[in-house]
Design a protein around this ligand. Structure first.
Ligand code: DAK
Length: 256
C-alpha cells in the first residue's frame, strides 16, 4: 500500500506516504491513493483537518525519475501526469498539514506547498532540483514557491537546484514552524486537533480567505475577506462562539 491511513481520531485524519524503497517518490498510484483519501476525508463531516506524513528520511524525494525517464513530449503532454491532481489537492476545503522530515525535493516540495501548513523537523531539506535533471519544476515549483519566498530566493533555488535546510526555509517563509524531530508528530497532532476543534465552516472560510491573497489584487482580496467575514455572521457557530465568550464557557459548535 503506497498510502496508509494511520488513524482518524479527534477530528483528524492522519495519512502516511509509504514508498520507502524509493524515498516516497511520487508515482501515479501514490498520487491517486493520496487524492482519493484526501477527498474522502474532506467529505467526512467528522474530519476537520488532514495531516500528511512521509518517513523520517524523506517526505517525498520528488516525482519518480525512473518512471519519467522514457517519456517524450507527447507522452507528458497527453498524460498531464500529476498536475491536475496536485492542483485538486490544493483546492480541497479542509486544512492540510504537511509534516516534513528529511527530503522534500522537486515534486515533494511542490506537494508540501500544495498543503496549507508545513511543519518541518530541523533535519528537513527542501529543493527544486529539476534543473539538475535537465528539466524545470512543473507542479507549482516556479509559482507557489515564488509566492511563498519571493522572486529572489525562488530564482536562486530553481536555477541552482541547491538544497535549503529547514532553518533557511522557515526564515524564507516556506515552512510554518520548525519542531524538534522527537516532538514533530505530537505537535502536528496538537495543531491539527486544535484546528479540527473549531467550527468547520468557519475554518473553511478562513482558509479560503488566506488563499485568495495569492490569487487577487489587495483591494479585491480585502473585498473578498469582508464578504467572508460578513458571511460568518450567517452561521449559528458565530453566534455560539461569541455567546460562549460572554457566558465564560466553551463553545459547542453546531457546524452550521
Ligand atoms: N525517483 C525515483 N527513485 C528515487 C527518487 C526519485 N525522485 N529519489 C530516490 N529514489 C530512489 C533511489 O533511486 C534509490 O533506489 P535504489 O537505487 O535503491 O533502487 C532509493 O530511492 C534510495 O535513494 P538513494 O540511494 O539515492 O539515497 P541517498 O540517501 O543516497 O540520496 C537523495 C537521497 C534524495 C538525495 C537522492 O535519492 C536524490 O537525489 N533523489 C532524486 C531527487 C530529485 O531529483 N527529485 C526531483 C525529481 S523531478 C510534472 C510532473 C512531475 C514533476 C514535474 C512536472 N508534470 C506533469 C508537469 C516533478 C518532477 C520531479 O520531482
Amino acid at each position: 500500500m503506497t498510502l496508509i491511513i494511520e488513524k482518524c481520531a479527534r477530528g483528524v485524519a492522519h495519512l502516511r506516504l509509504n514508498r520507502p524503497e524509493a524515498l516516497n517518490a511520487l508515482n501515479a498510484a501514490l498520487i491517486d491513493a493520496l487524492l482519493e483519501a484526501v477527498q474522502r476525508h474532506n467529505s467526512n463531516p467528522e474530519i476537520g483537518c488532514i495531516v500528511l506524513y512521509g518517513t523520517d528520511r524523506a517526505f517525498v524525494a520528488g516525482a519518480d525519475i525512473k518512471a519519467m525517464l522514457p517519456k517524450d513530449f507527447a507522452d507528458v503532454q497527453a498524460e498531464e501526469m500529476f498536475v491536475f491532481r496536485i492542483n485538486d489537492l490544493a483546492k480541497i476545503q479542509k486544512p492540510l498539514i504537511a509534516v516534513v522530515e528529511g527530503y522534500a525535493l522537486g515534486g515533494g516540495c511542490e506537494l508540501a506547498m500544495a498543503c496549507d501548513i508545513i511543519l518541518a523537523s530541523e533535519k528537513a531539506q527542501f529543493a527544486q532540483p529539476e534543473i539538475t535533471l535537465g528539466t524545470i519544476p512543473g507542479l507549482g515549483g516556479t509559482q507557489r514557491l515564488t509566492r511563498a519566498v519571493g522572486k529572489a530566493k525562488a530564482m536562486d533555488l530553481v536555477l541552482s537546484g541547491r538544497r535549503m535546510k529547514a532553518e533557511e526555509a522557515e526564515r524564507a517563509g516556506l515552512v510554518s514552524r520548525i519542531v524538534p524531530s522527537e516532538e514533530l508528530h505530537a505537535e502536528a497532532t496538537k495543531l491539527a486537533e486544535t484546528i479540527a476543534g473549531y467550527s468547520h465552516p468557519v475554518v473553511k472560510m478562513a482558509k479560503q480567505a488566506v488563499n485568495l491573497a495569492a490569487e487577487t489584487t489587495l483591494s479585491q482580496g480585502l473585498q473578498n475577506e469582508k464578504q467572508l467575514f460578513e458571511a460568518s455572521f450567517a452561521l449559528e457557530d458565530r453566534r455560539e462562539g461569541m455567546t460562549a465568550f460572554a457566558e465564560k464557557r466553551k463553545p459547542v459548535w453546531q457546524q452550521r
